[in-house]
Unconditional design. Structure first.
Length: 173
């Protein structure tokens, strides 16, 4: 059985982290929000900014700049929260992703997408679906399901949930 190659044009939401352009498949994006107050969660991973209230639902917000080792995202008039869906082991998790700015919904033909570069054993690029070519620039197309490990997503997805303190407060004897 042969692997089918992708032959149809796909839409992507493009956004910037620092000076680099990234993109997510539009089918994985629910909405884009202006930056809002993020409630910090104690003992959360360092790339997790906290949680927001999205129409009554607790949604974890992560900082991709921080996750990728760049810096903390600074709040500006252009800072946005991209609300998307992440699939971890078959479970859909709603997640907010901080972006320095969001640009546009763009279309890329399959022939304008190159495979993600392999840069030796020490640098993991599994989170990249590919490199889109647009004009003379590259756009890094993220595989949102592979940015975070299952363990990291477990920490993030439970960060806003109430903790059962009863068991941890028990004393011996």
């Amino acid at each position: 059985m042969s692997v089918e190659t992708e032959t149809r044009t796909r839409q992507y939401l493009s956004f910037k982290l620092e000076e680099e352009e990234f993109a997510l498949e539009i089918s994985r994006v629910r909405e884009v929000l202006d930056f809002t107050r993020v409630t910090k969660v104690p003992q959360a991973p360092d790339f997790m900014k906290g949680v927001i209230n999205l129409r009554g639902a607790v949604v974890p917000v992560v900082d991709l700049n921080r996750k990728f080792g760049i810096r903390d995202t600074e709040k500006t008039v252009n800072t946005r929260i991209i609300i998307g869906e992440v699939d971890i082991d078959g479970d859909q998790t709603v997640l907010g992703v901080l972006a320095d700015s969001v640009h546009e919904v763009m279309e890329l033909e399959p022939e304008h997408i190159e495979p993600a570069p392999k840069i030796g054993a020490r640098m993991n690029t599994d989170f990249l679906k590919g490199m889109g070519k647009r004009d003379e620039e590259f756009v890094m197309i993220l595989d949102i399901d592979r940015i975070f490990s299952a363990d990291e997503m477990a920490l993030v997805s439970t960060a806003g949930e109430p903790q059962d303190l009863g068991n941890s407060m028990q004393t011996a004897g």
